[in-house]
Design a binder for this molecule. Structure first.
Ligand code: HSE
Length: 363
């Protein structure tokens, strides 16, 4: 059986949840997937860095409270994150990037991805910024080095939107996508319908863990703008930049507006959409829309997300599921690792590792 050695860049909720999955159900996953996963490096802004090329023992790290983790003093540990050194120099097959990243310039995730791909390592990331801003460049870099760049978690966490579009719609044309892609704004709109004011509803969403500490990106549509960019470019083959996606948030909608709409059989939703125009160009926008009750997105309530694919042969196909959450987003990374295996190594019987008579060997 083969094995992938992972470098986890960022050890906040998401990569920690991935480490939990590997620790708790690694054997089961190996049996099902045909490869094992081993973590050989972890870096984190607060905890520092930890390297063990024979495999890090995850159990004691996961037993510690997240805020109390400190790698300095452990064998192979340092108080410094040493991201560039770890990414470039530590022998790992896949760099799993889940740092806190600035969506405006995609950093530091963008540099992390560039360093890893240039070093011939596969990359999977949950960060929207580098995918929205530099996907073409990163895919090109990956191709030049014969490795993969995967990013399912950048749209609806583990709900498979990009892979559904890529793998399930062969032979038909996707003419547009429309989605509810931000749980916070959707939750808030639902509360407005119940008569709760905007500020109180946002505070509830923060309390429930849906909203960012600064919920502006959720409420004013910046978060969805990046997701629409990713969908437009990946699913419709556009080459849009951020300014090409028209953006309006939900902050002007009042409880009265929301309740009035319900009385008319409508529901206000923050809809992100990308639609191919007759001339082949793509119209992309995020804006509040009062959807009729029978629209496939009208019944998507609370923090749930959904994307409707408009197609020529099937009409509209809608995929709904969670759009956030640490386990859900960690699952996106696992699905990316599986995709890397399928694309790059599943038929690789000649890889030296497969000839080594060991229980597991690197693929
Ligand atoms: N804060 C986002 C949401 C989650 O509410 O959906 C990540 O994009």
């Amino acid at each position: 059986m083969g094995r992938y050695d992972l470098a986890l860049i960022g050890f906040g909720g998401v990569n920690r949840a991935l480490a939990e999955l590997i620790s708790q159900r690694g054997d089961r996953l190996a049996e099902e997937l045909g490869f094992a996963l081993r973590v050989v490096a972890i870096t984190d802004l607060r905890a520092g860095s930890l390297v063990d090329t024979h495999g890090i023992d995850l159990a004691p790290l996961l037993a510690a409270e997240p805020g109390e983790l400190a790698f300095a003093g452990l064998p192979g540990g340092s108080a410094e994150p040493r991201n560039e050194w770890v990414i470039r120099e530590v022998p790992a097959d896949i760099v799993v990037e889940a740092t806190f990243t600035n969506p405006a310039d995609g950093e530091p995730a963008l540099s992390h991805a560039r360093w890893a791909l240039a070093a011939g390592k596969h990359v999977c990331t949950t960060n929207k910024g580098p995918v929205a801003l530099a996907c073409r460049e990163l895919k090109q870099l990956a191709a030049e080095h014969g490795v993969g760049f995967e990013f399912e978690g950048s749209v609806l966490s583990g709900t498979p939107i990009l892979r559904t579009a890529e793998r399930m719609f062969g032979g038909l044309e996707i003419t547009g996508v429309q989605g509810i892609m931000n749980g916070t704004s959707n939750y808030v709109l639902g509360r407005l319908e119940e008569g709760v004011g905007l500020r109180a509803a946002i505070a509830e969403a923060q309390e429930l863990g849906y909203a960012e500490a600064d919920p502006t990106a959720d409420i004013e549509g910046h978060d969805v703008q990046l997701k629409v960019m990713i969908l437009a470019n990946e699913v419709l083959g556009a080459e849009l930049c951020r300014e090409d996606v028209i953006r309006e948030g939900i902050s002007k909608i009042t409880p009265e507006d929301a309740q009035d709409a319900v009385s008319k059989g409508l529901r206000w939703k923050l809809v992100g959409s990308a639609t191919r125009r007759p001339d082949g160009t793509v119209d992309a926008r995020v804006a509040p829309v009062a959807l009729p009750g029978d629209h496939p997105l009208a019944g998507i309530s609370g923090p749930v997300n959904a994307v409707a694919f408009h197609t020529d042969l099937l009409g509209t196909v809608t995929v709904s599921g969670p759009g956030a959450g640490r386990i859900e987003t960690a699952y996106a990374l696992l699905s990316d690792i599986i995709a890397i295996h399928q694309r790059h190594h599943a038929d690789d019987d000649t890889a030296p590792a497969h000839r080594v008579p060991q229980e597991t060997s690197r693929v």
